[in-house]
Design a protein around this ligand. Sequence first.
Ligand code: F2R
Ligand code: MG
Length: 357
Amino acid sequence: MAKIDNILLKTKFRGSMLGSLVGDCLGGPFEGDEFTHGIINTVQKCFDKLDGPYFKSPYRSYSDDTVMTKGTAQTLIDKPAVDYKYMAQLYVQEYFKEPKRGYGHNVVETFKKLKHTNFVDIYLPAKEQFNGTGSFGNGGAMRISPIALYFHNNYAGMVEAAKKSTEITHTHLLGINGALLQCIAVHQSLQADPKVSLDVYKFLADLDEKMKQIEDRNVPSRNSDEDPFPYKTQLQMIKQLLQADKPDDPIRIEEIIGVLGNTVNALYSVPTAIYCFLKAHTGFPEVKCDNIFRRAIQYACAMGGDTDTIASMAGAITGAYYGEEIISENLVKHCEDHKDILKLADQLFDASQAHTG
Ligand code: F2R
Ligand code: MG
């Protein structure tokens, strides 16, 4: 892959961090909504208003997705060799500072145990979750994008860091591999030349190849009645859904939700975010808008379910591909702390340059 210059790389860091924030903030109000055809129009009207130049309010707060993404980025900035205990401490400290950011009930138990055991074994509380099976939620994936940015020219280092950071809260294979898939998708976007139009099938084939290597390693530890390659299977489903598309397709969002999912389960949300990114390039009949970034996150919102997290993950991938310029300033201005997130993106860029430079 051709080396991209630092000016482009820096705007991609900003685009990915900002994209993640905007998806989280604008997806938040629709979180938990069950999909109905009515949502499509509600979401369209909401985004049209927010994207208008003169619409001043409302101001949208970010959720646990952004708190934890900031914690991941801050660790990489403060501790260039990656200190996972420090990362765990930041996650926990931020939870206790602002517990009402929409954290799931179960992950909170992990934070409490980490604090009460004084971080003596940062991986033990997560291993004990769900009777020792660990969490398969998308909480690892939702905060992973800074790792893809920081390790942009060290793929093996990125995979290792993504796994170790996820295991602080998620030790189920599906939770870990969902975080790895999201991380790899952001990493691939970062390597791409945004002036060259995206080959969605090549992007998928590259993801598929990398997930094969990851899921191959896990085969011996899986039960024989389980699909040994669940993420590869979901990537295949994305391909089939894209291939089945016709320009004048009637609305088929229910079919997409039925296959890819819209839940807090990593297996049924990370591939959905990737689909939103890819399909945004040809457009959705349900979304009336020319901007690829807005299409990706607006579609994620129209699906209902875990809208903030799926829109945030789709936003991180799309922003990493195109850079900050793809994201409408009108949308950005409605999002909490957008200036701070850009500062953090710049600091992360500087840290990655110092680390690899
Ligand atoms: N949880 C939410 N939103 C609801 C917020 C309610 C909140 N109390 C409020 O309104 O203030 N959003 C956030 O959660 C998602 C990330 O979740 P994470 O961090 O993965 O959490 P957890 O608890 O580990 O897993 C989520 C659920 O998945 C199911 N689950 C996971 N592993 C399981 C297993 N091994 N067996 C059975 N079930 C398992 C459980 O239902 C978990 O509760 C993001 O959307 C974030 O925004
Ligand atoms: Mg969520």
